[in-house]
Design a protein around this ligand. Structure first.
Ligand SMILES: Cc1cc2nc3c(=O)[nH]c(=O)nc-3n(C[C@H](O)[C@H](O)[C@H](O)COP(=O)(O)O)c2cc1C
Length: 172
């Protein structure tokens, strides 16, 4: 059986869900990452920034836009230095202005993905998978990019069967 790692970023706090702001104790992407873990026995690695993004939704969108404009690489609490022991790597994150948060790129850029298959999972509020496949093609040097999956954030909690079916089809 193939060995899979899920690398994910997910933000707790205020988020925009179906038109209103709600406070999420657990981020949407984290919920989906845990479904993959359960479906195929994947290992899991959480990307955490040293400087937390604002829990206030609007303020966070401003911070994120600024980072993207500057092509920033926010410092992380801990970094993975290798994915050598895995066959498949799922990169899961929220859609922030059409792509992953810059913190995801901080981690991806330092890894060698030669001979690996990478798969995008993106949670969103309308943009779908957006720029996730293109970002993996750009930042996961040496990898083949497989079929991705998009989950609307508001549906994350109810997405277990969809995520598990995708995981079993692509990662087993
Ligand atoms: C800074 C920021 C930017 C966002 N930009 C987009 C966007 O461009 N398109 C979209 O569909 N959703 C956007 N969203 C909504 C998130 O992608 C969505 O709520 C996601 O499920 C959050 O995942 P998380 O709880 O794991 O962080 C944005 C949210 C934030 C906080």
């Amino acid at each position: 059986m193939a060995k899979t790692l899920v690398i994910y970023y997910s933000r707790k706090g205020q988020n925009y869900v179906n038109g209103s702001i709600v406070d999420l104790p657990k981020g949407n992407t984290e919920v989906c990452a845990e479904y993959i873990k359960k479906a195929v026995g994947a290992d899991i690695f959480e990307i955490e920034t040293q400087k937390a993004y604002s829990t206030d939704y609007t303020q966070c969108t401003i911070e994120a836009k600024e980072e993207l404009r500057n092509d920033a690489r926010p410092e992380l609490v801990k970094m993975l230095d290798s994915v050598a022991e895995y066959d498949n790597i799922v990169v899961a994150g929220p859609c922030w202005w059409g792509t992953y948060p810059c913190a995801v790129f901080t981690q991806l850029e330092v890894l060698d993905f030669s001979g690996k298959k990478v798969f995008p999972l993106m949670t969103h509020e309308g943009s779908g998978i957006a720029g996730a496949p293109a970002a993996l093609k750009k930042y996961c040097h040496g990898a083949v990019v497989g079929e991705g999956i998009a989950i609307q954030g508001a549906d994350a909690a109810g997405s277990e069967s969809k995520v598990a079916a995708w995981a079993k089809k692509n990662l087993a």
